[in-house]
Ligand binder design. Structure first.
Ligand SMILES: [Zn+2]
Length: 210
């Protein structure tokens, strides 16, 4: 926050010096829930990629709190049969956007979250090193909510204003054959349109005419 001159009227100060939505690598509009699943980015990492994912736990059930539990290593693996297949995994993403458009943040954007796995994009591998991971509450193949697109577009714009973001891709694009999220239900043209003012590169398959 930039301090206003002591003599300036409040309304003028607010207009001239709008508050940044960032506190370092933490996004102030988000609900913060720190995850232990992160590490340092390589020295000199250029954070230029946003990776979009979808997740829901159990799959297809929303608002259970289980995603937040998974990302903070507090999920009860015995609470659902599906969890047997992911027992013990330690993963995270920087952000999670619920069906209502609420944004959660688990990892400082300056740190390396564990969302991409083996991956390759824009000529570079190990996308966790220099990307920001955004999870949308949902299920591969199903659609997402208008409130999620609104929150996502705002988050992407705020990220692009704070980091040298040049690329947006889905997990399915950076790990083809291994991952399929966010899947065909995600409306890429809608997000591209919302971010048309940004100088961003998109996967070819996300254009409106595909
Ligand atoms: Zn994913």
């Amino acid at each position: 926050m930039t301090a206003k001159p002591p003599t300036a009227p409040n309304i003028e100060a607010a207009g001239r010096w709008p508050a940044s939505p960032w506190n370092g690598g933490w996004y102030l509009p988000a609900q913060i829930l720190p995850s232990p699943n992160f590490g340092a980015r390589p020295e000199g990492a250029q954070i230029d990629l946003l990776v979009l994912h979808s997740i829901s736990l159990p799959p297809g059930e929303y608002g259970t709190g289980a995603v937040q539990q998974l990302f903070t290593n507090r999920l009860d693996w015995d609470a659902h049969p599906y969890y047997q297949g992911i027992r013990g995994v330690e993963v995270s993403a920087h952000f999670f956007i619920t069906r209502e458009g609420r944004v959660w943040q688990f990892v400082d954007c300056g740190q390396r979250a564990w969302h991409a796995g083996a991956s390759h994009w824009r000529g570079r591998g190990n996308c966790n090193d220099d990307s920001i991971g955004i999870e949308l509450e949902g299920l591969e193949g199903l659609t997402f909510e208008p409130a999620q697109y609104a929150a996502l577009a705002q988050l992407c714009a705020d990220l692009a204003a704070h980091y040298p973001i040049r690329h947006v891709a889905g997990h399915e694009h950076i790990a083809p054959g291994r991952k399929r999220d966010p899947g065909p239900g995600f409306d890429w043209p809608r997000l591209r349109s919302a971010l048309a003012g940004q100088a961003l590169q998109w996967p070819a398959a996300t254009a409106a005419d595909v």
